[in-house]
Design a binder for this molecule. Structure first.
Ligand code: SAM
Length: 329
């Protein structure tokens, strides 16, 4: 079994948001106060998520990414990881986290079988971290990274959102931090996913601009020929160390043509794109009498509707009706 959309793209990658809540408040994602969250009973249980994954795996899904909101804010996340590990066909599970709670949960997550982490960190400057996230949590994040590296998680990648006028001074320190620790940092272009529609294309620090900054500081970088053309990051290698640095250039170099992803939100909505304006509630099927057939049909139907790509920057672009924290990053 394999899932193809109307454009011949194979879909074997599922992102599951386990909660829409978060313990920090990044200005480009969440309001400082008064976020809107799904009521608890609307949120899928771990058993329901695992059931969905079993059906999706039967259709050819092989890779999972657990995200949120902040996934570690969901109680006992390691129990979900353990459940997902048991599912036949699933070959890879990764977690995207802001790492505030990672230190405390690292052991349980490791024992549940998790190895791959993407840690979100935009700056090493405590004040700017506070300004961006509205929380003074940089020390805990750095401790968590130490702990995760010491415990043997890997590969660990760092996701750094780049916003012009805010994180320009962080590009080189973040790159140096990753080089010293032998981790890959991936700089993410600022996308129109904030809650208030504050995004402006002038605030996008582009991949080309960041690449020029890195070349000035570290010398030559060479493009890595796409090993996995469906991975969202465009990667480069530093000529001096051979280490890698990546860019998620969703705005200036969209990678939609290679898209292999479907998404499940914490409240059971299926989405074929981060920027989709429509979504499909699969809870009735999942909670109904014949979930195997009904959920499989819903996944195929959702994929049948998938568009060729989002159109950030184009006049006709419409931002998604839900912010990133509610969709799942
Ligand atoms: N809480 C987890 C985390 O911080 O990684 C997972 C969810 S978070 C929404 C996933 C990623 O989306 C993070 O790296 C975050 O910085 C990024 N993100 C959120 N809003 C964004 C925006 N407007 N543009 C680009 N990236 C954004």
């Amino acid at each position: 079994m394999a899932l193809f959309d109307n454009f011949g793209r194979l879909h074997d990658n599922l992102r599951i948001s386990v909660t829409d809540r978060c313990n920090i408040r990044c200005f480009y994602c969440m309001p400082e106060e008064g976020g809107q969250y799904a009521p608890k009973p609307e949120i899928l249980s771990f058993e329901e998520m695992a059931h969905f994954v079993r059906i999706a795996a039967g259709l050819g899904v092989r890779k999972l990414r657990i995200t949120g909101g902040e996934p570690l804010a969901r109680k006992d996340l390691h129990k979900l990881i353990a459940l997902l590990h048991e599912i036949e066909g699933i070959e890879d599970i990764a977690l995207t986290t802001n790492a505030v709670l990672l230190g405390a949960q690292a052991e349980a997550l490791y024992n549940a079988g998790l190895r791959r982490l993407n840690i979100h960190l935009d700056t090493l400057d405590r004040e700017r971290f506070h300004q961006i996230t509205r929380r003074d949590e940089l020390p805990r994040v750095l401790e968590s990274i130490d702990k995760a590296q010491a415990r043997g998680f890997g590969p660990i990648k760092i996701n750094a959102v780049a916003v012009k006028g805010v994180t320009d001074p962080d590009i080189i320190p973040m790159a140096r931090f990753a080089r010293e620790r032998d981790m890959e940092v991936r700089f993410i272009e600022y996308m129109p996913l904030d809650h208030q529609g504050l995004w402006d294309s002038k605030q996008v620090l582009t991949m080309d601009q960041m690449l020029a900054m890195l070349r000035d500081e570290f010398g030559q970088l060479d493009a890595v020929p796409d090993q996995d053309p469906r991975a969202p990051a465009t990667e480069f290698k530093y000529r001096d160390t051979g280490q890698r640095v990546g860019f998620i250039a969703s705005v200036t170099k969209p990678f939609c043509l290679n898209c292999n992803r479907i998404r499940l939100t914490a409240d059971g909505r299926l989405r074929y794109c981060l920027f989709a304006v429509e979504e499909m509630d699969i809870r009735p099927q999942l909670r109904g009498p014949n979930p195997e057939t009904a959920v499989a049909a819903a996944i195929k139907e959702n994929l049948r509707r998938k568009w060729i790509g989002h159109q950030i920057g184009a006049e006709q672009f419409v931002p998604p009706p839900r912010p990133m924290y509610a969709i799942g990053g």
